[in-house]
Ligand binder design. Structure first.
Ligand code: HPA
Length: 233
């Protein structure tokens, strides 16, 4: 079966798909954590794998960067491949002084400057939110693992490079950080009647600008986030 962006058998994906932005990271997750991982998609080099984690069938496939990209992949997985849950495992910039590099944001809601939801022609502003059960289980896993985390709003920006640095304005509304994918993912989940969650590791801070982590520290932090996602998959 082929959609415009995925060529795979109908049942090739598990009910739950972990979705990092980076294709290399999806390969890392498959090779590090999944048993019997099989390559199920490689259209445009976006490798999708299905395997087992602690006996549970799980898939992993990259979204690419930005809301149009995750909008395409999550739409096709939900609507053509019977995927029920997509858990984005990404990175974000933090606006929150309590959060430091390698901490985790569980994105309960996603504000955005994207026009993605305009397609639904709603008579107001749609509020893209995560699935509550996935949020709760992610928070429980973070507690168990002793990870520093916050649950709250994230800003899904359409711009990595901003002309005026206005993104930080969202911080006055308690928004915890910025990334570029969650709002579109949450919209697609809502429209399809499916479930989504975004967990992000803080890779840079707009508050603690002097903080830098080594390659190894970053890797370890991402590893924790992936373990949280795999445990709740
Ligand atoms: N902006 C947008 N997306 C991001 C950032 C950022 O600063 N850091 C990690 N993902």
């Amino acid at each position: 079966m082929a959609t415009p962006h995925i060529a795979a058998e109908k049942g090739a994906f598990a009910k739950t798909v972990l979705m990092p932005g980076d294709p290399l990271r999806s390969e890392f997750i498959a090779k590090t954590y999944l048993e019997n991982a099989v390559l199920v998609n490689d259209v445009r080099g976006v490798h999708g794998y299905t395997g087992e984690y602690k006996g549970k069938r799980v898939s992993v496939m990259a979204s690419g960067m930005g809301q149009p990209a995750i909008g395409i992949y999550s739409y096709e997985l939900y609507n053509f491949f019977d995927v029920e849950n997509i858990i984005r495992v990404g990175t974000c910039g933090s606006y929150d002084p309590d959060l430091h590099l390698k901490d985790i944001i569980i994105a309960m809601g996603a504000c955005t400057d994207s026009n993605f939801a305009a397609q639904y022609r709603l008579p107001g502003t749609f509020c893209p939110i995560a699935d509550f059960s996935l949020v709760r289980r992610a928070a429980e896993e973070c507690e168990k693992m002793g990870v520093n985390y916050k649950v709250g709003n994230i800003f899904s920006s359409d711009h990595f490079y901003e002309d005026d640095n206005s993104g930080m304005t969202w911080a006055k509304m308690g928004v915890l950080g910025v990334e570029m994918e969650s709002a579109a993912l949450y919209c697609n989940a809502a429209r399809a009647g499916k479930h989504a969650l975004c967990i992000c590791t803080v890779s840079d801070s707009f508050v603690h600008k002097d903080e830098i982590c080594t390659v190894e520290e970053r890797q370890f932090a991402f590893t924790k986030m992936m373990e949280v996602a795999l445990e709740i998959a």
